[in-house]
Structure formats: structure tokens, C-alpha cells
Design a protein around this ligand. Structure first.
Ligand code: CTP
Length: 402
């Protein structure tokens, strides 16, 4: 995947993350892309047009009513003579304008006049991202086919607050641009996908937890494969040791309850593929102190409570994605169990795999699956997890488009 030769119109809006846009320009140019910068008035409070122009080696457009700029280029042409518009950072304010079709400055006018794909990299305080108004605007933008990279979790520069709101790193944005612009066919362009992956950890006390052997390899590979086909992907991952896939918005969670909250917050979507090995039970009363051995006392008994079923919740949700695919990890009666899950969970397809210890699938790199639907069973040959991911992404594209 490469951005070489691509023409990027970069709109910088006003947030502290604007300093990272300078690095983004450098990264894009060293990979052979050209960058035309547009800055909002607020952006110029954070970085100067001089610095932006020097790094881009290009004129910086700032003013809707500049007579020279309008004569030379014009905001309508600016909106068209490029391969992609990237807004980084995208403030809550600018996203509200795009969602509502406002055009009272150069950036918003260019965005309203666009006929090329748009990628936004939001950056804001977590409270702003969580606000109902922003959530509505994000849902509108997604429904309008706008692509998102981030926001990511992390500490905010200004306040030290943690939560979702940090802008994706420049190289993550470059990867998202490359995924959108490479010359591969993009049958999932304009589609939103949610993928869960990895195990969940259910705490017993501050130092102990209940876990399982899932590595996250299959779910992460599926998220990457969907992004490669043009989908805007949110991956909700439990604790794993593998790296985040490129070009995907990754939300890291620990327990099932957090995974469910992150998945429902990512709705609406066109498809959901639930690959995570979610713990079925959590410890009913998690101790806030380390449980200690006491002389003469017997071993503690853990009382368990049932966790929410994420696939089932999504499969029956009022905003249910058009295509819902689950996995069924079984050690026996694989097909019979998968068929039951199809109905119980409201899924369209269940990818059944036999995870008996002798298969080495759980935690391993290969997978042997069967696609179970109401129409029947389609066995796939034994493949590595990347190949299963690519085949499943193509399968999902065919079902959504066909
Ligand atoms: N799943 C989920 N939330 C849960 C449990 C499972 O979203 N709390 C999803 C998994 O991601 C997978 C599918 O449901 O897509 C099936 O998971 P599996 O563990 O095989 O099924 P369970 O519902 O846990 O049934 P059982 O353990 O009884 O076989």
C-alpha cells in the first residue's frame, strides 16, 4: 500500500493536535504524495501557515474571500483537483459543520463542494467526543460515507484526562490514506464495519483475572482485511500482545462489559463480525483488595455472574447492522452447536471452528472453518488466519453488495 503520486488536500482545523499535522505532511511527502494545505482560522492559533507551507512546499489556503486565491484556484476546484480530502485534526466544531452542510469559511466551503472521498481524524476532549450532539454528527457523517481514523484512547495534551479523543498518530493516518487510495478494488468503500477480537479479562481482585487462550490474530486479521477492501473499520480488542492493524480505529478494552459498551457506541454500521472470545462469566463480586491466604481458612469460592452476550445484543439491536457474522469456537458437535447459535444470537452467518486442543487453532496461526447459514454449510479449506480473513472480507462484501 502506498500513497506515492497521490494528491492530498489536507484541512487542518483548530486543536492542539494540529502540531501532529506538521509531521503528517512530512510523512506524506517523504512517501511521494503531494499535500495542498487548507487551514481554518483557529488552526492558525496552533501552528503557523509559514510552517505548514514550508513543510508542504505549497501555498497554504486560509481565506474564502482571498481575491488572489479565488482567481488562481477557487474553492470549487480545490475540492476536486485531489484524490482525497483529509481533515486532521478534525474538531467537533468542523465535524458539526460538515454534518450540517455549513460553508462559512474556506475549509467548510471546500468540504461542502467535494466530490472526492473524505477521511477525518477527530481530535477533541473525551467529554466533547461523548456528547450527544457529537455522536449524532458522527453518525450522520458515517451514514454519508465519510471515513474515520480514530479518535484513539489516551491522555489528552491539555488536561491529562483519559478517554477517547486523541488524534491518530501521523503514521496511522498515512496507513488509512494508503488503504483508501491503493489501486485494489474497494467493494466495501463507504461501508462501516465493527469487529471484536481477542479475549476478555474478568478481574477477580486488583492483581488476578480470568482469561482465555485467544490471541486476537483472527479478529485483527479480519479488521485489516475489511479495511483493505475500503471499509471504515472499528476494531474493539480485548487484551492482546499483537500490534494494532493498520488503517483501522482500534479501541482497547479489558472486560466484556467494556467491550459491549464500545461496540454499541460504534453503531451504526453496515456489518459486524464478532470474533472475540468473550468470557461468558465474570466474578460476581470483584474484590477491591488482593484476596489473601489466611491460616486455617479454606480456599475462596468464586461466585460467577453471566456476562452480556455482545453478538446477541447486536444481532437483536434496533440499529442491527445489515450483516452480522459470529464465530463459534467448539470442541465437539461443531455444526449442531453453530446452527443453534445462528438463531439464538440473531446472526446471518456463523463461522464455526473446531478448537479442540489437538487442532492448535486457539492461539495458533492456522484455522479451519465452516460457514454455517440457514441455507447450509460451506466448508473452507485449512488456511492461515490471514487467508481466512481475506476470504471472509470478500465474502462479506459479496453479501452486502449482492
Ligand atoms: N460472543 C459474544 N459475547 C459473549 C459470548 C460470545 O459476543 N458474551 C460471541 C463471540 O464473539 C462469537 C460467538 O458469540 O462470535 C460465539 O461464541 P462462543 O464462545 O462460541 O459461544 P457462546 O455464546 O459463549 O456459547 P457456548 O460457550 O455455550 O458455546
Amino acid at each position: 500500500m502506498t500513497v506515492s503520486g497521490k494528491r492530498i488536500l489536507l484541512i487542518i482545523s483548530g486543536g492542539i493536535a494540529a502540531y501532529k499535522s506538521l509531521d503528517l505532511i512530512r510523512r506524506l511527502r517523504e512517501r511521494g504524495a503531494s499535500v495542498t494545505p487548507v487551514m481554518t482560522r483557529a488552526a492558525q492559533e496552533f501552528v503557523t501557515p509559514l510552517a505548514v507551507g514550508a513543510l508542504a512546499a505549497a501555498h497554504v489556503f486560509t481565506d474564502l474571500f482571498s481575491r488572489t486565491d479565488e482567481q488562481d484556484v477557487g474553492h470549487i476546484r480545490l475540492a476536486r483537483d485531489h484524490d482525497l480530502i483529509v481533515v486532521a485534526p478534525a474538531t467537533a466544531d468542523l465535524m458539526a459543520k460538515i454534518a450540517n452542510g455549513l460553508a462559512d469559511d474556506l475549509a467548510s466551503a471546500v468540504l461542502l463542494a467535494r466530490r472526492i472521498p473524505l477521511l477525518v481524524a477527530p481530535a477533541m476532549n473525551p467529554a466533547m467526543w461523548d456528547n450527544a450532539a457529537t455522536r449524532r454528527n458522527v453518525a450522520t457523517l458515517r451514514a454519508d460515507g465519510v471515513h474515520f481514523i480514530g479518535p484513539m484512547a489516551g491522555e489528552m495534551a491539555e488536561s491529562g484526562e483519559a478517554g477517547l479523543g486523541r488524534m491518530a498518530e501521523p503514521l496511522e493516518i498515512v496507513a488509512a490514506i494508503a488503504a483508501l487510495l491503493d489501486d485494489q478494488p474497494k467493494p466495501l468503500m463507504g461501508k462501516r464495519a465493527i469487529v471484536t477480537s481477542g479475549p476478555t479479562h474478568e478481574p477477580i481482585d486488583p492483581v488476578r483475572y480470568i482469561a482465555n487462550r485467544s490471541s486476537g490474530r483472527q479478529g485483527h486479521a479480519i479488521a485489516a482485511a475489511l479495511a483493505k477492501l475500503g471499509a471504515d473499520v472499528t476494531l474493539v480488542s480485548g487484551p492482546v500482545t499483537i500490534p494494532d492493524p493498520k488503517g483501522v480505529t482500534v479501541i482497547h478494552v479489558e472486560r466484556a462489559a467494556e467491550m459491549l459498551a464500545a461496540v454499541t457506541a460504534a453503531l451504526p454500521a453496515d456489518l459486524a463480525i464478532m470474533v472475540a472470545a468473550v468470557a461468558d462469566w465474570r466474578v460476581a463480586e470483584e474484590s477491591d483488595r488482593k484476596i489473601k491466604k489466611k491460616p486455617g481458612e479454606s480456599a475462596p469460592t468464586l461466585v460467577m455472574a453471566e456476562n452480556p452476550d455482545i453478538l446477541k445484543t447486536i444481532g437483536h439491536h434496533e440499529q442491527r447492522p445489515r450483516l452480522v457474522i459470529g464465530f463459534a469456537a467448539e470442541t465437539n458437535d461443531v455444526l449442531a452447536n453453530a446452527r443453534v447459535k445462528l438463531d439464538k444470537k440473531g446472526a446471518d452467518y456463523i463461522v464455526a471452528n473446531d478448537v479442540s486442543p489437538e487442532t492448535g487453532i486457539m492461539g495458533g496461526t492456522r484455522n479451519s472453518v465452516k460457514i454455517v447459514s440457514r441455507e447450509g454449510v460451506e466448508p473452507w479449506p485449512d488456511m492461515d488466519k490471514d487467508a481466512v480473513a481475506q476470504k471472509l472480507a470478500a465474502f462479506a462484501a459479496e453479501k452486502l453488495n449482492g
